[in-house]
Write a protein that binds this ligand. Structure first.
Ligand code: PRX
Length: 664
């Protein structure tokens, strides 16, 4: 159940007003910008016509669609009757058009190894791997699980699935075996693709071992394809596990792209909701590709012949799907793909073996060497860069950059200004892009050659997308705070929750009839600019990653010593929010440091390291309303060091003083 925006946003609204300046696109930028005429927003008002025009402009259809949109809330069908193939659009047609020699991927491994892959080479690999999948008995419509580091083979695997029309489901490499089990079983995936390990902070971080643990409980997987990335020792189960390089050596690069229906399932991506079970968000083919290609081209002002575009997200998140792989490759862009973390220098540049002594300029080193023109990253990363100091970017020539992007969480004006000054040299427009796994593509953002930006505001909906802020009752708010809703269907919107149509309706469409409820609070200022204010439901945003409080609570009570748990996301200067867990221990357990540490570790093992609570506090009671609902607001007030808000609905008025006593 959502709280009122004011209580849910816990005082953060004020900090969004500190920078009251507007930044107009510079004359240098607009001189060559793709879009400079605001009439594009007027074009977007006839949204079916607008998107149909974009779909025909951006995509090669094997068969044209006959109907732009069929809409029977909550079910949308876009570009009905159209047939296409995503991999064909990302690869074949570029090679056929004579740009096969253009670089598709500049890969840089964490140790500093590099690979440059042209469109022609990528097509060859994808055709070959499609043949591998066919040889393994994968058919159009079968699901394939991809659990990989940030290496080009991950993109090859995704594109090969798309070529065959076999929906993929990527599981972020930082997730645990338990997360793999849930996702593989829900998707009933038949093949898993992984690597022995990927490099992380100077060391191989194992993936195959997690797959091995998971597969004991995943009866649908027949085969595992393993890329040898780090040359670590892995166990290969006879008859089930196969090396990528062996299969590729034996396969012909001859698999054609399968024409699929515009509404054919392209992928499932699991994301945290307000329950313990992640939802399989369904994205289909034609509408998704149209919106990600359009937004990638226009929001990043793409000049595919000359730009070197870098999105630093992981391919396992939706940002990687839409803005490393599908959007950029549809547009014929050259993308940088980097395997590791921003605080790991190339092996040759490391000062000893202790990461504490390493420089923190890897991002800027990459931008300088590849002459990156657009950088798309997350506020949590920007805040880490701020902490590491201006001297790190100042070591490098960043003059190739011409545009900066931000995604994943609200960007605080301080971080925006730092990014603008220290990375963008006060020259590059910043596009703060709001969207979600469910929306598939960017929804709210400035258009860089048109919009005057305000630091911290994502500005307004793109042409062809309609949002409104509403109050508790669903009445439109024209100025002030409320809930963000989307009022009309848009091409890349999720088509459902896998195997859970009721959950789809209940989660997104039931709260405000006729509208999609995004789960975010938003404020409209006097100029009609949107200020996103974070989640208003029980979803936390940790370093731009979604984790539900319930998910962490169930991982906590899964520990033998824990009887009951409540989790809140409290404001954190670096990660946006941080996880605070309050646990009631079972009788016979003492709240020792070791036990608390073990409980935190247990959550990391169950869910993955990003879900490890920053703090776990043992308490004797939890604040509950008389109807038994945990009052998270009070716990959040406490975690954030605020004076406690209204406690009058507490069943036991003394409980908060007891808790603050135990957390002191
Ligand atoms: O709360 C919003 C926040 O991230 C949520 C979506 O998370 P996820 O599905 O993991 O997708 C992240 C990448 C698209 C949203 O509900 N969010 C995302 N971008 C922004 C944002 N909050 C404020 N400003 C943004 N630019």
């Amino acid at each position: 159940m959502a709280q009122s925006p004011e209580s849910a946003l816990s005082g953060s609204i004020d900090s969004y007003q500190v920078e009251d300046r507007k930044f107009a696109p510079s004359p240098e930028f607009t001189a060559s910008a793709r879009l400079t005429d605001p009439s594009i927003y007027t074009d977007g008002e006839d949204y079916e016509n607008f998107w149909a025009t974009q779909a025909r402009d951006l995509i090669t259809w094997f068969e044209d669609f006959h109907t732009t949109l069929e809409w029977d809330l909550p079910n949308a069908r876009w570009f009905v009757g159209g047939k296409l193939n995503v991999a064909y659009n990302c690869l074949d047609r570029h090679v056929e058009a004579g740009i096969g020699d253009r670089v598709a991927i500049y890969f840089e491994g964490e140790p500093g190894d590099t690979r440059t892959i042209t469109y022609a080479e990528l097509l060859d690999d994808v055709k070959r791997f499609t043949r591998v999948l066919i040889n393994l008995g994968v058919e159009t419509g079968d699901r394939v699980c991809i659990y990989m580091p940030m290496i080009p083979e991950a993109a090859v695997a995704m594109l090969a699935c798309a070529r065959l029309g076999a929906p993929h489901t990527l599981v972020f490499g930082g997730f645990s075996p338990d997360s793999l089990i849930d996702r593989i079983n829900d998707a009933e995936a038949v093949v898993a693709i992984t690597a022995d390990a990927g490099y992380r902070k100077g060391k191989p971080s194992g993936l195959k071992t997690n797959i091995d643990v998971a597969l004991a409980d995943c009866p649908t997987i027949r085969n595992v394809v393993v890329v040898n990335r780090c040359d670590t020792d892995v166990e290969m189960t006879e008859g089930r596990d196969l090396w990528w390089h062996d299969l590729m050596a034996d396969a012909d690069a001859d698999a054609d792209a399968v024409p699929v229906d515009s509404e054919h399932l392209l992928y499932l991506l699991y994301t945290s909701g307000t329950t313990a079970k992640p939802k399989g968000v369904m994205h289909t083919t034609g509408g998704y590709l149209t919106q990600v290609a359009w937004t990638h081209r226009e929001v990043f002002d793409l000049k595919p012949e000359s730009d070197i575009y870098w999105c630093s997200a992981d391919i396992g998140w939706v940002t990687g799907h839409s803005y490393i792989v599908y959007g950029p490759l549809t547009n014929g862009a050259s993308v940088v793909m980097y395997e590791g973390t921003p605080d790991t220098p190339r092996e040759s540049e490391r000062n000893g073996d202790d990461p504490a002594g390493w420089a923190k300029d890897r991002m800027w080193d990459i931008i300088e060497r590849y002459k990156v023109t657009q950088l798309y990253t997350a506020p949590t990363a920007i805040r880490a860069f701020m902490k590491w100091g201006e001297a790190e970017p100042a070591k490098h020539d960043l003059s190739s950059l011409r545009l900066l992007g931000s995604v994943g969480e609200p960007i605080n004006p301080e971080a925006w200004m730092w990014y603008h000054r220290n990375i963008g040299a006060e020259r590059c427009p910043i596009v703060d892009t709001w969207w979600q796994t469910e929306t598939g593509g960017i929804m709210i953002t400035p258009l860089p050659g048109i919009t005057e930006t305000k630091p911290g505001s994502a500005c307004r909906a793109i042409p062809g997308v309609f949002v409104e802020v509403v109050d508790d009752e669903g009445n439109e708010v024209t100025e002030g705070g409320g809930y963000l809703t989307i009022t009309k269907p848009f091409p890349a919107m999720l088509r459902g929750v896998w195997k859970a149509p009721e959950r789809f309706f209940d989660t997104y469409w039931s709260r405000y009839p006729g509208r999609y409820f995004a789960g975010d609070g938003a404020r409209l200022d006097e100029d009609g600019y949107l200020w996103l204010m974070g989640r208003v439901d029980d979803v936390m945003n940790i370093s731009g990653h979604r984790i539900s409080t319930t998910e962490v609570e169930s991982a906590l009570v899964d520990h033998d010593a824990v009887a009951e748990a409540a989790v809140v996301g409290a404001a954190d200067p670096l990660t946006g929010q941080a996880i605070y867990g309050y646990v009631i221990l079972r009788g016979g357990n003492e709240p020792s440091e070791e036990l608390i540490e073990e409980i935190r570790r247990h959550v990391a093992t169950k869910l993955g390291a990003i879900a490890r609570p920053k703090q776990v506090v043992a308490v004797t009671d939890l604040p509950k309303t008389r109807s038994g609902k945990i009052m998270r607001r009070l716990l959040r007030d406490m975690a954030e060091g605020r004076e406690l808000g209204d406690t009058t609905t507490l069943a036991d008025a003394g409980v908060m003083s007891q808790i603050s006593g135990s957390s002191a």
